[in-house]
Write a protein that binds this ligand. Structure first.
Ligand SMILES: Nc1ncnc2c1ncn2[C@@H]1O[C@H](COP(=O)(O)OP(=O)(O)O)[C@@H](O)[C@H]1O
Ligand SMILES: [Mg+2]
Length: 302
């Protein structure tokens, strides 16, 4: 008894998403809602286990937060992701943030997933519109909260895909539906590797070089500026992964140079503090862009 039917003929993902938009979202049968419950209720034992293993959770009552982000529509989306054989189950919370929560889960083939779910309930995006406005890929989005959040999730997925294609070290993008982005899990046996902020770096000089090489590929091949690059958005395994790429902008974004210079300054500050021999941000910028930062870029404080 499927009220929310999957498209029979092969359709583009956009068409499929639009179709889903038109279906009543509350009409899930009881049997289905049981599966749903199993799917989305990160079970308390698992959470406690994860807490005991000291996976970072900014909120000790992670389960509560986890549930609060999963409103009926998001649950429906997760249910559809299960029907599309993207997600088999969700096992626990990795992170609860202001704009999104990240969950650990499994694909039907048993591989581990990171499932990032954006909050549709928050107004936090007000301050972030600067990244979307001015991006031609998002010229036509509606300005209501939910559409904005969906656009944001789609933006993360698109940016992730661009970066991945350009061979930047990022989690492999797997799927996006509405406010949910599914990607490769950077971790092992449900334990995520840590962000650089929380790590000892074995060889700061080598890791600095690795980060710059990724930055170069992101800029020259993917033609993106991350715009929030720092030790908080790089995972260290010790291989480096760039994450949290939703706010990244194309090079023709009016603030692209300003964001790039800020990213470079963050990287420089971090690796300097870890004892690496670093180049001056101005020098690095010039090497990457081909010209020194303009006065506008230098003067900008964010
Ligand atoms: N693919 C992933 N694999 C493992 N852990 C991840 C992955 N993506 C995110 N995380 C973890 O979740 C945290 C939050 O993710 P992030 O994308 O930075 O969202 P935000 O900072 O907006 O809350 C990260 O700091 C990291 O610890
Ligand atoms: Mg982050």
């Amino acid at each position: 008894m499927e009220r929310i039917t999957l498209a029979k003929k092969k359709k583009t993902k956009e068409q499929e998403d639009e179709e889903f938009e038109e279906k009543p979202l509350l009409e899930i049968e009881d049997a289905d809602s049981k599966i749903l419950k199993e799917l989305v209720n990160a079970d308390r034992l698992q959470i406690e286990k994860i807490d005991a293993m000291k996976i970072k959770t900014k909120d000790s009552d992670a389960l509560k937060v986890a549930e609060s982000v999963l409103d009926v529509e998001t649950r429906t989306t997760l249910f559809n992701l299960r029907k599309r054989k993207i997600i088999e189950n969700m096992t626990g919370v990795i992170s609860t943030g202001k704009e999104a929560n990240v969950y650990h889960g499994y694909a039907p083939d048993g591989s581990e997933l990171a499932i990032k779910i954006y909050r549709t309930s928050t107004n936090i995006f007000k301050g972030l519109q600067i990244y979307i406005i001015g991006d031609p890929r998002f010229a036509k989005i509606k300005r209501d909260q939910r559409s904005l959040v969906y656009a944001w999730a789609r933006k993360e997925f698109k940016n992730l895909s661009r970066a991945y294609k350009a061979e930047v070290s990022v989690p492999k993008p797997i799927y996006n539906l509405k406010d949910v982005v599914v990607m490769e899990f950077i971790g092992e046996k449900s334990l995520p590797y840590r962000i650089m902020k929380e790590c000892e770096i074995d060889d700061p000089q080598a890791t600095y070089k690795e980060v710059l090489s990724n930055l170069r590929k992101l800029y020259t091949k993917a033609r993106l500026v991350h715009a929030d690059l720092s030790e908080y958005n790089m995972i260290y395994t010790p291989k480096v992964y760039f994450i949290d790429i939703s706010q990244a902008v194309l090079l023709d974004h009016p603030y692209a140079e300003i964001f790039l210079f800020r990213d470079i300054k963050n990287i420089t500050r971090y690796f300097y503090s870890r004892g690496a021999k670093v180049q001056k941000p101005e020098k690095l910028y010039e090497k990457l862009v081909g010209e020194p930062p303009s006065n506008k870029v230098l003067a900008f404080e964010m």
